[in-house]
Design a protein around this ligand. Structure first.
Ligand code: NDP
Length: 246
């Protein structure tokens, strides 16, 4: 029997990429999933394919605190509890500081930091009162080191690492906290880069081309964290393609 069978797992950013693949794998292993993102058509299709008795969704913008609280409440009302949070929603509109794309900086801070905090807040009391819970935050190798153009994105992902460690030390040994730091994997994330100078730079740097590995690999790492038995947690997981030197 899988250790995640019967768990209720809330996943943000479940409409594509890591979140979507993780949702599928969780249900395959007998879990129930509560899915949030902004694209209703994607979430609806995913839940239909997984079976509406196993997978439910609510259109959620993680920058909206009420939306996030409503998502968690919907999960608890439907399935009775939230055992695990996969705090995954994120955007990566890389750009050089000199371009001054301050609206994108604001969005990254809102989604990648505030969204992560709102999701933690939406389940924290529930989990602490139950005396257990798992929170898996998705940072990035950009949360360990920088490349040109990643100053703000990296800032948000360093923050996710710090928030994870703070959560671990403050949760009285009750929560299993994991922070995952992926390298380059095949998802829709790159589509959020709009800065022409950044796109030209990435296209001309051989070390950034054809690196990405399948998203399933990160979903499997998330499952590994979810499968840890109470009393232990995989605190940090760094996974990058071997060809990636940053
Ligand atoms: P995708 O772009 O495929 O998925 C991102 C998800 O986040 C989508 O489901 C999107 O849904 C959701 N999202 C974005 N903004 C919001 C919002 N405001 N409210 C709710 N959901 C939102 O990329 P990935 O799967 O790659 O990204 C998942 C996480 O992994 C991110 O945190 C990313 O930073 C991180 N990561 C990815 C790496 C990679 O190589 N792919 C490397 C390192 C880290 P919707 O648009 O429907 O709202």
């Amino acid at each position: 029997m899988s250790c995640i069978e019967g768990k209720v797992i809330l996943i943000t950013g479940a409409s594509s990429g890591f979140g979507m693949v993780t949702a599928k794998k969780c249900v395959e292993h007998g879990a129930k999933v509560v899915l949030g993102a902004r694209r209703e058509d994607r979430l609806s299709e995913l839940c239909n394919s997984l079976g509406n008795e196993n997978a439910i969704f609510k259109v959620t913008d993680v920058t909206n605190k009420q939306n996030v609280n409503d998502l968690a409440k919907y999960g608890i009302d439907t399935f009775g509890q939230i055992d695990s949070l996969v705090n995954n929603a994120g955007i990566m509109p890389l750009s050089f500081i000199e371009q001054g794309r301050t609206d994108e900086w604001d969005s990254m801070i809102d989604v990648n930091i505030k969204g992560v905090l709102y999701a933690i807040d939406s389940v924290y009391t529930h989990m602490m009162e139950r005396g257990s819970g798992q929170i898996i935050n998705i940072s990035s190798v950009a949360g360990k080191r920088l490349i040109p153009g990643s100053a703000v994105y990296s800032g948000t992902k360093f923050a996710v690492g710090a928030i994870s460690e703070g959560l671990r030390i403050e949760s009285d040994g009750k929560l299993q906290v994991t922070c995952i730091f992926p390298g380059a994997f095949e998802t829709e994330l790159g589509a959020s880069i709009k800065d022409e100078a950044m796109l030209e730079y990435l296209a001309t740097q051989a070390q950034y081309v054809n690196l990405a590995q399948p998203a399933e690999i990160i979903a499997d790492a998330i499952l590994y964290a979810l499968e840890q038995k109470p009393g232990v947690a995989a605190n940090e997981i760094v996974l990058r393609p071997t060809a990636q030197d940053f």
